[in-house]
Design a protein around this ligand. Structure first.
Ligand SMILES: Nc1nc2c(ncn2[C@@H]2O[C@H](COP(=O)(O)OP(=O)(O)OP(=O)(O)O)[C@@H](O)[C@H]2O)c(=O)[nH]1
Length: 414
């Protein structure tokens, strides 16, 4: 009989990563990932819109809720999006089975992404995957209904994902050429998501000067967090490390209201070409810790990617307002409810990729106390997500709840 321990030691386990794009925006994001020839992760597109799926170059696609929507999209109805996902819960289960790290990409504010993404996240979490969602938030000009839907969706996702990274589409107005098409602007926004996924992929797969493993990532994201902090910076040539730190500090994603300013748990990933040295990584760590998480529990990884030449890239992912509740407890309670939901068959065309062998996964311990988290409710009909018993902050005719860079029309150079 073979010794299971020695088997484990001789064969390092591969981390299985998957990106699931949900709804129109999510599918666009995985399409772009595919077109950029990123081969490190499996890509899947999930949508209620059959026509849009048919036009996608992605091989693994799942058309959900055809019996509810006729394959024509959710019509902006979140309940329809959620129902559509529940109708294909078995296919979703199979899709996330054996995945260690699941990235969900979606645009919030419509029906499919907002309704279906939390269902997918919940199933993945139940199966033991670590789930990180990147979600585009609608433009302010899309106004009240979409913004409220998006805020609601953001709350639901925060309940069902280990980390949620919101990317406000308003930033696109700042960074795009006034003559750029909407598609070009979306492509720019989606490039952030691609960079983030690449960085996390490198962290898990490339040779490290300072290795960060999946167990550490899981440990860092194992508690329910209120807000996420996420940013990217890069530098090239002489002084690349210092330039990357300066670039990170200017990252517009770190200056939006959706993000926390400081982290309780901070993950810093440095990817550099062959020239990056220990002194560079130490300088980056000190600067980043001081700026974003002086009192944080900082986890660091530094890897060499020779393709980067003389460049250095930094990716930070932090969580704040972390509760003492381990994540799995919350989800298992919610999971009991969804078991009663209807199941459905999958069409040949919609079947996910064949199952690969399951890697072993670390055990996550659950707390003995039930999960509790109070939530404030947002007032109806307001695009900015005010709390029920408060009014907007208007000062000298200016709406202070709008980000300063938008009120003043400041252009952020990326
Ligand atoms: N970053 C980015 N945002 C997008 C893209 N397409 C749409 N969005 C944004 O995402 C929000 C949701 O739109 P969709 O993803 O098309 O909606 P959906 O989830 O498919 O929902 P339904 O169309 O109602 O079924 C919109 O309000 C846009 O602000 C995209 O390609 N990239």
């Amino acid at each position: 009989m073979s010794d299971p321990l020695s088997d484990e030691q001789s064969e390092p386990t591969e981390i299985r990563m998957k990106v699931v794009g949900v709804g129109g925006a999510g599918s666009n994001i995985v399409d772009r990932l595919m077109l950029s020839q990123f081969s490190g992760v499996e890509l899947v597109a999930v949508n209620t819109d059959q026509q849009a799926l048919a036009n996608s170059p992605i091989v693994n696609k799942l058309c959900i809720g055809k019996s509810v929507t006729g394959g024509l999209g959710s019509g902006g109805d979140v309940e329809v999006g959620r129902e559509a996902a529940l109708k294909h819960i078995d296919a979703i289960d199979e899709m996330v089975s054996g995945v260690d790290l699941l990235f969900i990409a979606a645009g919030l504010g419509g029906g499919t992404g907002t309704g279906a993404a939390p269902v997918i996240a919940e199933q993945a979490l139940r199966q033991g995957a670590l789930v990180i969602a990147f979600v585009a938030l609608p433009f302010t000009i899309e106004r009240s209904a979409r913004a409220n839907t998006a805020l609601d969706g953001l709350r639901r996702l925060r309940d069902t994902c280990n980390a949620v990274v919101p990317l406000p589409n308003d930033l696109l107005i700042q960074e795009s050429d006034p003559d750029a098409s909407l598609l070009d602007a979306f492509a720019k926004a989606d490039a952030w998501i691609e960079k983030a996924i690449r960085s996390i992929w490198c962290m898990m797969n490339k040779t490290g000067m300072i290795n960060l493993d999946f167990a550490q990532l899981r440990q860092m994201l194992s508690k329910k967090a209120g807000k996420t902090l996420f940013g990217l910076g890069s530098g090239t040539g002489e002084g690349a490390a210092a330039a990357a730190v300066a670039d990170l500090k200017l990252c517009p994603l770190l200056h939006t209201p959706e993000f926390s300013k400081k982290a309780d748990q901070l993950l810093v990933n440095i990817v550099g070409g062959a020239r990056i040295g220990i002194a560079d990584t130490q300088m980056i760590m000190e600067a980043v810790s001081e700026e974003f998480g002086a009192d944080a529990n900082v986890t660091m990884g530094a890897v060499v990617d020779e393709d980067l030449g003389d460049s250095v890239e930094i990716c930070i992912l932090g969580t704040s307002e972390v509760s003492s509740v381990p994540f799995t407890k919350v989800v298992k309670q919610r999971a009991k409810k969804s078991k009663a939901e209807p199941k459905s068959e999958v069409t040949e065309e919609a079947k996910p990729a064949p199952k690969k062998s399951k890697p072993s996964r670390p055990v996550v311990h659950e707390s003995s106390k039930p999960a509790e988290q109070e939530e404030f409710s947002f007032s109806e009909g307001d695009p900015k997500g005010e709390f029920e018993n408060s009014s907007g902050t208007i000062f000298e005719g200016q709406d202070l709840d709008s980000p300063t860079y938008l009120r003043r029309g400041v252009k952020i150079v990326l």
